[in-house]
Design a protein around this ligand. Sequence first.
Ligand code: SAM
Ligand code: MD0
Ligand code: SF4
Length: 357
Amino acid sequence: MDVSLAGISSLLSTNLNKDELFAKARQARFEHFGNEVFAYGFNYFSTYCSNHCSFCYYQSDNAHTIRYRNSTEQVVEDARRLADSGVHLIDLTMGEDPYYQQHIERLADLIQSVKSATGLPVMISPGVLEAWQLRLLKEAGATWLALYQETFDKAAFERLRICQSFEARLRVKEEAIKAGLLVEEGLLTGWGDSCEDAAASILAINSTHPTQVRAMSFVPQPGTPLESWPAADSERELLIIALLRLLYPHKLIPASLDVEGPKGLEDRLNAGANVITSLIPPQSGLVGVASRDDIKDGGRSLPQIQTILDNAGLKLASSAGYQAYIQAALDEHVRFGRADTETSPTDFCAREHAKVW
Ligand code: SAM
Ligand code: MD0
Ligand code: SF4
């Protein structure tokens, strides 16, 4: 495969022999993971956000948005339901909600409560945080930070993530790894990005040392500047998933239920994805990020998607298998000197003080 910018860009633009590309991606997944996949429970526990991302339903200017902030009891109850359904991880996602961002101990308490109630690894998607906050959340029990750059083109980033810093968002991921967290990196596609834009981001995505990499197709949202934009053709997302698999065969790559729901799952698995994400407990009142469909009726629950896994010849990995994978990834960060060992938040802050006083 020609992995130059031109080569990847032309693969995306012509999608020639896409079935052959998908078959190669499935083979690469099999060589690293056999026929096993992982499943992530999703808990969007606060839809308050102070940001203005042009693509996002939860941006602070959107008067249409259903705003809620679930109680700790509710979050723990939903996490328990997800854990009982057999997921490998709980993903706690929020808008950049000042209630949590300005009182980070509240998020730390929430992580601790979910961790002790489920015993599962916890991914947090809190937006941009300071290094000391990341260390506090790691100490509270978080394993992952999910923070998607969307695009590695700075000018495009600034059109998508209005008034946000491209560099700051990159830096947070570096600090997260230093703090001992794993990172999930992500691309948004179908917002007007060219094949060359997408190819450049596919090649740049590994620069933040992510252990998990994703692509999501843009879904226009009511009440946002891009509401009248055409919905992305998910074909591009499938090609990106396959290319990510071939370029980074040992990484975790999501098939998100949050773009097309269960009906889009088989295609994403057949493109080489190995993590089903955005599983949401039915009747929980929880929402997705891009799609709010298929939730109430339980369409985004593990029992509902079991047939799709069977058809794809795939099965859920064991919890121990998932734990072993993430531990190996954490060990790799230490081995390559990316993660500080044994630095507590207070030691870290003392060290930062010493630098400036
Ligand atoms: N507030 C946190 C943040 O921005 O990182 C977490 C919220 S959510 C997980 C954020 C991600 O969802 C975005 O980075 C984007 O990749 C994805 N997303 C948001 N709106 C979307 C949309 N309309 N279509 C597709 N993906 C979307
Ligand atoms: C998903 N809806 O996995 C979720 C969300 C955030 N860490 C994840 C984008 O697709
Ligand atoms: Fe807020 Fe995140 Fe949505 Fe941006 S993507 S508006 S930061 S919830």
